[in-house]
Design a protein around this ligand. Structure first.
Ligand code: RM4
Ligand code: MN
Length: 388
């Protein structure tokens, strides 16, 4: 039996980072449905992230995306966040929304464009110095559409050179989180398509480079928990971008499409002793809320991760190890499923009550009047959105 007091302590200590861009407007390439009250400036995104933290108690950091969250005074922005009760988290770079990047950013055949892209990555580290952020999260849209369009190996060399220059600029306590994505926006070959490519570059770079797993970036049917187990074993798992996908990079609420997959991932995290914030994994959300209200959707996503984590913590590890050693396939599977099938909502309600929070964060948010207030107050100005 899992020790309930220890389970509660682990749940209270869990940390999940929210993404600034999830608070802004987003949509598909067909239509962005604007929502009332959506932030117009980075400060308003941070205020919304602080609201998520107020009702969940486990989301004290918010990731920024540059240039979407560009400000003149990053130290001032960090101070603003602290006043609201949150801190600035990972800095995300953007080398995919400039005409120059049509043929790639750090892998572009043009050295001038590679310089421009690498300079943006270096600028992000300057921003981290000002915000006190530990993590530089890199995702590249680089790839090619047609066989023969560019040399696959040369592109890897260019990527490695840009990563090396960026890595060498990191401070002692700063890290690179290198993301991968199988598909999109390139149609034929992506320059970092999978965890193996990211892992190999991270190994080459050194101890301060680790892999970021975005749960939406795999082929259908990929066993993500295997990747988690493998990278943990190698000491190379640095972060998650949690979201749900039904068929592509949907960026839907974490735990919405496949809560069992989320449980299996968190089970490997618990098994690997990697849940404790001291281990250093940044558990982030990377989502878009196109048709649902954004703040409660992010609260719900945080709660979904908490529920998967609680179930993972409830796995009877001794019983599981015995069944596995005995070769008792049915028993081993049923030990795992017993934990998964436990209704952990009352337990999480207790954890929240112990922390002085409402056991139902979505209801508490809805009753708070915050949504009505931002709808009233955020009029005029340009709404921030994905890509804005
Ligand atoms: C990318 C990738 C990155 C995120 C951007 C907004 O697809 O997942 O993590 O920063 O989207
Ligand atoms: Mn991502």
């Amino acid at each position: 039996m899992a020790d309930l007091a220890a389970v509660k302590r682990a749940l209270a200590a869990q940390r999940i980072e929210t993404p600034s861009w999830a608070f802004g407007n987003s949509g598909t390439r067909f239509k962005v449905f604007a929502q009332a009250g959506v932030p117009r400036i980075p400060e308003e995104k941070i205020a919304d992230a602080a609201a998520v933290h107020r009702y969940t108690g486990v989301a004290p950091t918010v990731a920024l995306h540059i240039p979407w969250d560009r400000v003149d005074d990053y130290a001032g922005l960090a101070a603003y966040a602290e006043e609201r009760g949150v801190r600035l988290g990972a800095i995300n770079t953007n080398v995919f929304q400039d005409d120059d990047y049509k043929l790639g950013s750090v892998t572009n055949p043009d050295p001038g464009i590679r310089r421009k892209a690498t300079d943006h990555l270096l600028e992000a580290i300057d921003i981290m110095d000002a915000t006190g952020s530990r993590d530089l999260k890199l995702w590249f849209a680089d790839g090619i559409n047609y066989p023969g369009q560019d040399d696959l190996r040369n592109r890897q060399d260019r990527l490695a050179a840009a990563l090396r220059e960026t890595y060498d600029r990191l401070g002692d306590d700063q890290r690179i989180l290198l993301e991968y994505k199988l598909f999109e926006p390139a149609f034929y070959a992506t320059d970092i398509p999978d965890w193996g490519t990211s892992y190999a570059h991270c190994v080459e770079l050194g101890a301060k480079a680790t892999v970021c797993i975005d749960t939406g970036h795999h082929a259908p049917g990929t066993n993500i928990e295997f990747i988690v187990a493998f990278l943990l074993r190698q000491g190379k798992l640095g972060a998650f971008d949690f979201n749900s996908r039904f068929y592509a990079d949907d960026d839907l609420m974490a735990g919405a499409a496949d809560p069992f997959q989320l449980f299996r991932i968190m089970n490997e995290i618990v098994r690997g002793g990697a849940l404790d914030p001291a281990y250093g994994i940044n558990f982030m959300l990377d989502q878009c809320h196109n048709i649902e209200a954004k703040i409660p959707a992010i609260i719900r996503s945080v709660m979904n991760i908490q529920e998967a984590t609680a179930k993972a913590l409830l796995v009877d590890r001794d019983a599981l190890a015995k069944a596995q050693t005995d070769g008792d396939v049915l028993e081993a599977n049923s030990v795992l499923m017993d934990a998964y099938n436990t209704d952990v909502r009352p337990l999480l309600g207790e954890v929240r009550a112990d922390a002085g929070l409402d056991p139902d964060p979505v209801a508490a948010y809805r009753a708070s009047g915050y949504q009505e207030r931002i709808v009233r107050e955020r009029v005029g100005g340009r709404q921030a959105g994905w890509g804005a």
